[in-house]
Design a protein around this ligand. Sequence first.
Ligand SMILES: [Zn+2]
Length: 259
Amino acid sequence: MIRKLDLNKGGYRGERIKIERIVRRILVSAISQGWQVDSVSTSNAISLHALSRGGEIASAPRVYISAGIHGDEPAGPCALAELLEEERLPREFGYWVCPCLNPTGFGLSTRENADGVDLNREYHAPSSDEVRSHIAWLENQPPFDVAFCLHEDWESNGFYLYELNLGVEESLAQGMIDAVSKVCPVDLAPEIEGRAAVGGIIRPNPDPLTRPQWPEAFYLIQHKTRRSYTLEAPSDFPLPVRVAAIKAAMIAALAMLRR
Ligand SMILES: [Zn+2]
């Protein structure tokens, strides 16, 4: 059985990564596989990249993935690097990918960016260069069939996810949880982060008025997609377990979209 490390006291205390190396691996894979790589930052001090591939075929699913909006959550960018290197993203889909939205936070291993801003709370009224640049880029992209935001939770006892689904799209949530349960514990608590949860799935009220400080997922559900998933790997477990959990969830979700 995979056990918690009990390192996380008052915050994330686990493995740190060199984010520049992870992003470089992602960019090398993307370029070699024919992705388009855009630099989206408006500030010279911050290096933000967006990748895209496919999307020309109107009937193919359009998939958005973002990672690294919190600098103390390394599993998302690491999982993305492996998904690209192992060519786990089905060729026939269209993709729009932001591999690391908070590079300065990773340098400090903080949730916030170097200015102390939690980027995932300001998608309604952005003040940071990161979120402004990100939204400006998103506004130029087509709508997505599904969006995935890759996160970690330093306090949780297992993997869980949030689903925002405006009702017409198939739910991918249970299939992702089933796949993760083979490689990582799932948090089965009836309440997670103050919200009701069932079997590791939280379905928050998608009404943006319920949360004035929009996370990225609220922006996406308002402007870009009708279905979003925020994946939360448990960061008190070893990093390879968390990376395996996120990869398993993504591979399962993409296989469900293929059907
Ligand atoms: Zn997070």
